[in-house]
Design a protein around this ligand. Structure first.
Ligand SMILES: [Zn+2]
Length: 275
């Protein structure tokens, strides 16, 4: 696990390890492009950033200081791997490590100037990921956007939907951003009603997962159908339906919170039936 820690953030040094990104993708050596769960270990390098490369401290990985660098071009011998690919390869540990690095790198890149008075933000706080404006003291933190994702049950079926951008056959749960001033539970009720036109009840929290596309924090819930007919929101949901738990279409992999809440919901439904 990556140790986030509370110590003073070091500057890049020669014993540190580096995670390299290009346009949000992870860089790996061409020779190391082997499928498998150890990929993330191969993605960390002894690398010395030059003066023009910004390195952001991420924490300690196996007792070594870890930094992330965004490179403007792919160095010779490296190729890019999409972060989603790690998840779809069932590799949650590397995904979590890289997703933190990517969120911090995005924060550093997107906060070059104070958003209140436009003064350049050069230095970072030495103990936390904060940039403080030298002129007006405004603080900029890495952005984290809470979202909800919910698995909904009706009898022996669960609701699965396909967004307008998803290919045919790829179904998932209802999900969406939490609005200002809203509780997570209110966001669940609103998103479900907006996207498929039904009401839910008995909403219970399940678990959470950072979702760095680019900076969401997914909070997973289980819920039960209450009332209404499925009515997909035009332009957002291509199709949605109830699927019997013994006849499910392809569902998201269990490295994703979307897959985890479906699998655990079904386990819960089956153990309730057997009682
Ligand atoms: Zn300012």
């Amino acid at each position: 696990m990556l140790e986030i820690g509370t110590q003073t953030h070091p500057s890049p040094h020669q014993d540190a390890i580096f995670l390299l990104l290009h346009k949000g993708n992870v860089l790996i050596h061409h020779a190391e492009q082997t499928p498998g769960k150890e990929k993330y270990q191969h993605s960390l390098y002894d690398f010395q950033p030059d003066a023009g490369t910004n390195a952001v401290y991420c924490g300690q990985w196996q007792q070594q200081d870890l930094f992330v660098c965004i490179l403007t071009k792919v160095p010779k011998g490296f190729i890019e791997i999409d972060l989603r690919e790690l998840l779809f390869n069932q590799d949650e540990a590397s995904y979590l490590l890289i997703s933190r690095a990517r969120q911090l790198a995005t924060w550093d890149k997107d906060h070059q100037y104070c958003s209140r008075c436009s003064t350049p933000l050069k230095s970072k706080h030495d103990r936390e990921h904060t940039k403080i404006c030298p002129k007006c003291n405004h603080r900029s933190y890495p952005r984290i956007s809470p979202c909800i994702i919910v698995s909904i049950r009706k009898g022996d079926s669960i609701l699965l939907a396909r967004g307008t951008l998803s290919p045919p056959g790829r179904y998932s749960n209802i999900a969406g951003f939490v609005e200002a001033g809203e509780t997570l539970e209110q966001a669940v009720a609103r998103e479900v009603e907006e996207e498929v036109g039904i009401k839910v009840k008995n909403v219970t929290y399940h678990s959470s997962q950072p979702w760095s596309f680019p900076h969401q924090l997914m909070t997973g819930f289980l819920a039960e159908y209450d009332s209404g007919e499925i009515t997909p929101a035009p332009g957002e949901i291509e199709e949605a339906d109830w699927f019997h738990i013994d006849k499910l279409p392809q569902i998201p992999p269990t490295a994703t919170i979307s897959g985890q809440i479906i699998v655990n919901h079904i386990k819960q439904m089956k153990s309730n039936t057997n009682r």
